[in-house]
Ligand binder design. Structure first.
Ligand SMILES: Cc1cc2nc3c(=O)[nH]c(=O)nc-3n(C[C@H](O)[C@H](O)[C@H](O)COP(=O)(O)OP(=O)(O)OC[C@H]3O[C@@H](n4cnc5c(N)ncnc54)[C@H](O)[C@@H]3O)c2cc1C
Length: 399
């Protein structure tokens, strides 16, 4: 394993760092306060080629390798993890199609993302099926015309209020069935649907093929205020056979495979946040003086800063190893994906909490970025599999 970045990777890192420095950091606290979904930033990121990294070259996508993807997500997350979560969610939803779809499906469902800045949602979690995804009850069943009909409700879905395409996991036949399929409600259907804004803040889309998708009020969250999260309900949505990805019995396997790919991306989000927390804390403690000396020169504070730095570096190493293992399709890649996610979540929480502490009372004020980072950090330990689920994966493999 070589830690030297290729010329392309170096170019990406520098480009994202510049974008973050000029377009995200200067207004981040103002945008947070306004709590408006940053469609402009997402569009600019799309123009720069920072979205839809997994789309294959065969449909004119960037098909960027996993290590480079991790570097891009890490650098974007240094600016804001809400924005990077929404941006990365496109790859979460689209990687399933890239990995398991037919050539025709890749063209139909992925090409539109290359052509314009569309947003996708990955719909796995349900109110009664969080960590235990297999307990989902959304289902497709053959209708009278021979086509499948989808019914069910998903919750905590990133980008739901703005999505132009939905990747949905559901049971086959009945809510309590054992087989899980992955189906797509395409950007073409959504575009041709009739959309009504609901008084709740959600939207209702009547689809041309039949059926309705409705999204709930955007969730009022503790952190990552610049990413959008909402429930999505599917009522009698007609699913053509060619909108079922791969084998309709293997949807659960596809979801697990894509999560192996995505966990290092959540790790990258954690490393970006941890590094930002370290940097804003270094800046603050170099300026602030008490007892006649800079906070950063006080031995206990210095010790905390060193611990923060170590957490960032260790998490970054775990991230790079996981990304490399996935790129190499190593058999034990799942273990490293889980290790990276947990290590990065721990680094993010530690650096944000300790960083806030080193800011004293100022850290508790919303005008200091560290207070936002401390709110944002919690979700890294939760989404795409809570800490205990990652340990369960590793435990199962090593034993
Ligand atoms: C902001 C946000 C964005 C999200 N985006 C998406 C998205 O785009 N698509 C999507 O499908 N989902 C999304 N999710 C859902 C997310 O992946 C789930 O919240 C997560 O998997 C945990 O499920 P849960 O919330 O139901 O928690 P639960 O499964 O109820 O777990 C609660 C707690 O129970 C404990 N626990 C659970 N299982 C075990 C176990 N096996 N062993 C030991 N302890 C355990 C843990 O302490 C855990 O934290 C998002 C969530 C949030 C908050």
């Amino acid at each position: 394993m070589d830690f030297t970045l290729t010329e392309d990777q170096q170019m990406y890192v520098e480009m994202v760092q510049k974008f973050v420095k000029n377009k995200i950091i200067p207004d981040i606290l103002k945008r947070e306060k306004e709590h408006e979904f940053p469609l402009d930033i997402i569009s600019e990121a799309w123009e720069l080629g920072l979205l839809n990294l997994c789309i294959p070259a065969s449909v004119k996508g960037y098909e960027i390798d996993i290590v480079s993807t991790a570097l891009i997500v890490r650098e974007l997350s240094y600016g804001d993890t809400g924005i990077s979560t929404s941006a990365m969610c496109n790859d979460l939803a689209n990687a399933v199609i890239a990995q398991n779809g037919s050539d025709e499906q890749r063209k139909t469902f992925l090409r539109p993302f290359v052509e314009e800045p569309l947003i996708a949602s990955f719909c796995l979690t349900e109110p009664g099926a969080g960590s235990d995804n297999a307990a989902m009850t959304s289902f497709i069943k053959k209708g009278d015309g021979g086509k499948y009909i989808l019914n069910g409700e998903k919750c905590f879905i990133t980008n739901a209020s703005y999505a132009s395409q939905f990747t949905v996991f559901c049971k086959v036949g009945k809510p309590g069935g054992v087989m899980i399929a992955c189906v797509i409600i395409s950007s073409e259907s959504i575009r041709n649907g009739s959309v009504t804004s609901l008084p709740t803040g959600g939207r209702e889309i009547v689809l041309p093929e039949g059926g309705v998708i409705s999204t709930g009020k955007p969730e009022d969250k503790l952190g990552q205020l610049l990413s959008n999260t909402a429930t999505v309900k599917f009522e009698d949505v007609v699913i053509d056979n060619d909108h079922i990805i791969g084998n309709r019995r293997l949807g659960f396997q596809y979801a697990m495979d894509v999560l192996d790919y995505a966990r290092p991306m959540v790790a990258a989000i954690g490393v970006g946040l941890a590094k930002r927390a370290l940097d804003v804390t270094l800046e603050y403690t170099r300026e602030r003086k008490q007892f006649g000396q800079r906070i950063c020169d006080m031995p206990v504070a210095r010790d905390t800063l060193v611990k923060m730095w170590k957490k960032v570096e260790l998490a970054d190493m775990a991230l790079m190893k996981a990304a490399w293992k996935i790129q190499e399709k190593a058999e034990d890649r799942g273990n490293y994906a889980s290790l990276a996610k947990n290590t990065a979540a721990e680094a993010a929480l530690f650096c944000a909490n300790e960083g806030l502490h080193l800011h004293g009372g100022y850290g508790f004020m919303s005008e200091y970025e560290i207070s936002k980072l401390a709110r944002d950090a919690h979700i890294i330990d939760i989404y795409e599999g809570v800490r205990e689920v990652q340990d369960m994966i590793v435990g199962r493999e090593i034993v």
